[in-house]
Unconditional design. Structure first.
Length: 175
């Protein structure tokens, strides 16, 4: 309620110039009505995870059909698992870790697709031998060709130390 000064007198402040801070009780009531940040994040986190795994499943359908691979399911790895990015079981189940081990952020899509391709290759070769590596490379190339795998600009070629290859620095006599 705004009080007006008596007739003939000017107000010291205009009503819109005076702001009163809410009391501690009012702030507590307002805080009690908000959803906790953890709960807000949990909802969006579950949606992010669901969207990511559905996208990976779509990629897996196309890639496995192209290479004649059979999997039973693609699932998100259980929360808290940090020993691996993905795992392929003999029964065809594939589990992929969606989140970074320390930050909890969703991994980059290129990392998730890379892991998916790795695990799809394990459907045929349950080891990391030469045949596995060749198949994994072919699957990754196919994913790149279809636009599923798009590594970012941060993946730079490794620098080569040319001094290691010069005759002068290798201790070889000059000609």
């Amino acid at each position: 309620m705004t009080r007006r000064p008596p007739a003939g007198q000017r107000a010291l402040f205009q009503p819109d110039e005076v702001a009163v801070a809410p009391s501690a009780g009012a702030r507590l009531r307002a805080l009690a009505m908000t959803v906790p940040a953890r709960a807000r994040r949990a909802g969006s986190r579950a949606e992010e995870d669901s969207d990511a795994i559905e996208k990976l499943r779509g990629y897996a359908v196309e890639l496995s059909a192209h290479f004649g691979l059979a999997y039973s399911t693609i699932e998100a790895e259980a929360e808290g698992v940090v020993e691996h990015y993905g795992i392929c079981y003999a029964d065809g189940r594939i589990r992929i870790r969606l989140r970074h081990a320390t930050t909890g952020r969703l991994l980059k899509e290129s990392s998730l697709v890379d892991t998916l391709c790795h695990e799809l290759a394990h459907l045929r070769h349950m080891n990391h031998g030469e045949r596995f590596r060749k198949l994994y490379g072919r699957i990754l190339d196919e994913a790149r060709g279809r636009g599923f795998y798009r590594p970012g600009p941060n993946e730079k070629p490794r620098a080569v130390q040319l001094a290691l290859f010069s005759e002068r620095d290798c201790g070889m006599p000059r000609r």
